[in-house]
Design a protein. Structure first.
Length: 126
């Protein structure tokens, strides 16, 4: 029986821990923050200190990021509204990452609450 993308997200959220944005802000600097949105979304603004590993390549790239080498570390994932982050959290748990949480509401809620954001430094070719 086929399921909808929404049903996949609901199922994923039942298997992970989600924290509200206020708690996520307290966790900045205490967890590895992974933004699973696409790079153009990340470049437009992201949580302070976040690392960008898009959902589509997460399982393949996470082991190449030094901050993510320790599967026993503590990780906080987020995306735009929390669906991709929930799916990503489940996958990271499946490949051995133990302490993975997701931010409820995603960057959309974070930004609407006027919480701190940053943008990558532009590359200077001069």
């Amino acid at each position: 029986m086929a399921v909808t993308p929404h049903e996949l997200v609901v199922e994923a959220k039942s298997q992970i821990r989600e924290v509200p944005t206020a708690e996520a802000q307290i966790l900045l600097g205490k967890r590895v923050i992974i933004d699973v949105r696409e790079y153009d979304e990340f470049a437009a603004g992201h949580l302070p200190g976040a690392i960008n590993i898009p959902r589509g390549v997460l399982e393949f790239k996470i082991g190449m990021v030094p901050e993510c080498a320790n599967k026993d570390g503590a990780f906080l994932l987020y995306c735009r509204t929390s669906g991709r982050a929930a799916l990503s959290a489940v996958q990271l748990q499946r490949i051995g990452y133990g302490d993975v949480i997701s931010m409820a509401g995603g960057f959309e809620v974070w930004n609407n609450e006027n919480r701190p954001t940053e943008k990558p430094e532009p590359i200077n070719f001069e």
